[in-house]
Write a protein of this length. Structure first.
Length: 163
């Protein structure tokens, strides 16, 4: 049975596509490609159909990640098929939990940086959209740091399913 993870930010052109690309790479490196499905979406639909922000694309490509992406809006009906919904900041966390049709679905929503023990109390990934390229580099660093813990958690969930 496939384990499904969806990363969610505001417009699905910066943070969530970066997280999707990094995590998909981590899943492949771990040999879990056939077991884990990774995608992303935005809480809003204003960029739906657009590619990722060119600055996000540049940072991903400079660091060896896939940058192919088409933005879309998160649909509450997806909760039924998703195992984990990863919010990039606390605003997304609240919005997604409000959209959740059931309490069980709301429990699927987690903050990405909660998987990074070094994050401390600051669990938001800042939105780089209105800043310069350095913000995209910082975003990538935060995503990469959290991806290790997220992968360990997903692997644990997969092992629990097999038991």
């Amino acid at each position: 049975m496939t384990y499904r993870v969806c990363f969610v930010c505001t417009g699905n052109i910066c943070r969530s596509p970066m997280a999707e690309s990094v995590f998909r790479t981590r899943v492949a490196e771990a040999g879990l490609e056939g077991l884990v499905e990774v995608d992303s979406a935005g809480t809003g639909g204003w960029h739906e159909g657009d590619g990722a922000d060119p600055r996000a694309v540049a940072v991903l490509e400079e660091n060896g990640y896939d940058s192919g992406h088409t933005a879309r809006q998160f649909d509450p009906s997806w909760f039924a098929r998703l195992d984990l919904v990863i919010a990039l900041d606390s605003g997304h966390l609240r919005a997604l939990r409000r959209l959740a049709p059931t309490e069980r679905d709301a429990d699927k929503v987690r903050l990405l940086r909660s998987y990074d023990p070094a994050a401390g109390g600051d669990l938001d990934v800042p939105d780089p959209y209105y800043g310069d390229a350095d913000g995209f580099d910082e975003c990538l660093e935060m995503v990469e740091a959290a991806s290790t813990g997220l992968l360990a958690s997903v692997r644990e969930q997969l092992e629990g399913r097999a038991a």
